[in-house]
Design a protein around this ligand. Structure first.
Ligand code: SF4
Length: 490
């Protein structure tokens, strides 16, 4: 049996053919020199890599080197590796003699299957369409050729605002994580690397995300049993005092390869079939994994390498320093300050603050999509090149003009006011678009629409907003005000 080279995001048992297969793992320091990662992300990746090496024991050759090539020079004999998750890593492995590249693992729909589906589509590719294909293809939540419960998506049921006057959801927290001697060694090494000049952003803190399969499995089991039911209705809501709400907090575990996504899909489906969770919540979770996650993974490879630099809304502004450095204290807009503080302190916020606070703000300001891809990749514990490219360029920044998404995720303060408890304690007013109390999201929304209306493709769902834009009597003031605000922290 050939020795299997395992990258840091190929850490589950399903990346080996046999539990006893010999392996090699390389900890490349150059990876951390290339980008300024969040400190907790660097910690999680190194901790997960080293925990996996400890589990494998004598079965693995574990190398700490400057580059992957330095490491490979110390390994004798041919190797095999599962298809890596970035174009850069793929080019590396394909260029090496004596390394056989196997199909990808850790995803549900294969690249060829996806390409076969996508090739038959005319024009834009849509997640809803792919998701139906994947449900049928893999037999998930279906009865014959029909969706369980008569609907393919219960998305409309997952848009509940946060409940009443509660400042937290009434759900048990996920099982805690105890750091061990491996985490202590990682922290010690990262401190030393910082002294040597490797730079990180964000604050260090106790590890919040699983670094082992056992930790990830415990979190998944607990989620399915205790948190999946409330996850459904409140998955789009935000509460300042409850950043985790009922989210699974498993994205980093899937993206490190600790968990097999299909096993998680089946666990959720079982919860529905045994009456432990309602269909709407189960379907919402399945849609994230079997739908969105696999859709963006496959699109990363289906689109060409130039997709990452798409900028068809002509967003030419450089991401400002306060954003790059996660300087939440310089921001007075309560929602943005809190979400940026969440990134700074944890390297994680759930998908709605990412899309509707961070992504929305960047979209309105016209910051370069490729810089944002890099920022999300570096600053989030679950960020990897493949996941951020399509999510940021296509979904969040609409920089492909609709190749994979129907309309830009732009909104004013009214949406944030409905879906969060931020606005009550904010110095700005979500209803105002001009003046001292003008909400930067509300004013920014009209500023964005005015700037891009000539470029946006026709879309019935945008038509009402554009008609409203035409009726604004204070548009000139909004534009002057937002021009003056520029890229300063709001
Ligand atoms: Fe955010 Fe505007 Fe609400 Fe303030 S008023 S919290 S800036 S949406």
């Amino acid at each position: 049996m050939l020795r299997r080279w395992l990258f840091a995001d190929q850490l589950g048992q399903h990346f080996l053919d046999d539990p006893t297969q010999p392996a090699v793992m390389i900890e490349s320091k150059a990876v951390f020199r290339r980008r300024v990662y969040h400190r907790q992300k660097a910690h999680l990746v190194l901790s997960a890599l080293r925990h996996r090496a400890a589990e494998l024991g004598d079965q693995v050759v574990y190398l700490r080197t400057e580059t992957y090539r330095d490491g490979l020079r110390q390994v004798s004999g041919p190797l095999e590796v599962c298809h890596p998750t970035s174009r850069r890593a793929r080019a590396l492995v394909h260029g090496l003699p004596d390394v056989a590249v196997l199909p990808p693992r850790g995803f549900i729909t294969g690249l060829d299957d996806f390409a076969g589906w996508a090739d038959q589509r005319r024009g834009a590719l849509r997640m809803d369409d792919f998701y139906r294909f994947a449900r049928l293809r893999h037999g998930v939540l279906v009865v014959g050729d029909e969706p369980e419960g008569g609907r393919w998506s219960f998305d409309a049921d997952s848009r509940e605002p946060p409940p009443g006057d509660a400042d937290r959801l009434d759900v048990p927290p996920p099982p805690g994580i105890s750091e061990d001697e491996i985490d202590a060694e990682v922290r010690h090494d990262l401190d030393r690397w910082e002294r040597e000049g490797i730079r990180f952003v964000g604050r260090d803190g106790p590890r919040l995300f699983p670094a082992t399969r056992a930790e990830a499995t415990a979190r998944l089991t607990h989620f399915v049993r205790h948190r999946l039911t409330p996850f459904g209705p409140y998955e789009d809501a935000m509460l300042a005092a409850d950043p985790f709400m009922a989210h699974s907090m498993l994205s980093s575990s899937f993206n490190l390869g600790l968990l097999d996504p299909m096993a998680a899909v089946r666990a959720a489906e079982r919860a529905y079939r045994t009456g432990a969770a309602p269909l709407a919540s189960v379907e919402g979770f399945v849609r994230q994994l079997l739908g969105w996650r696999d859709f963006v993974w496959n699109l990363y490879w289906y689109f060409d390498a130039g997709y990452r630099d798409s900028d068809r809304l002509l967003a030419m502004r450089t991401v400002p320093r306060w954003w790059e450095e996660l300087d939440a204290d310089s921001v007075r807009a309560r929602c943005l300050s809190d979400v940026l503080a969440g990134v700074r302190d944890r390297g994680w916020v759930h998908h709605v603050p990412r899309l509707m606070v961070l992504g929305n703000y960047a979209l309105q300001r016209g910051w370069r999509p490729a810089e944002l891809v890099d920022w999300f990749h570096r600053s989030f514990v679950d960020g990897f090149e493949w996941v951020m490219t399509v999510n940021v360029v296509g979904m969040s920044q609409f920089a492909d003009l609709g190749a994979m998404s129907t309309k830009p995720y732009a909104s004013g303060g009214a949406y944030l006011n409905r879906m969060s408890d931020y606005c009550g304690g904010c110095r700005y007013d979500p209803r105002r678009r001009v003046g001292e109390k003008a909400c930067p999201f509300t004013a920014g929304y009209w500023y964005f629409l005015d700037r891009t209306r000539g470029t946006l493709p026709p879309n019935a769902r945008m038509a009402r907003s554009l008609a409203q834009l035409d009726r604004l009597t204070d548009l000139a003031q909004v534009k002057a005000q937002e021009k003056q605000r520029g890229d300063r922290a709001p």
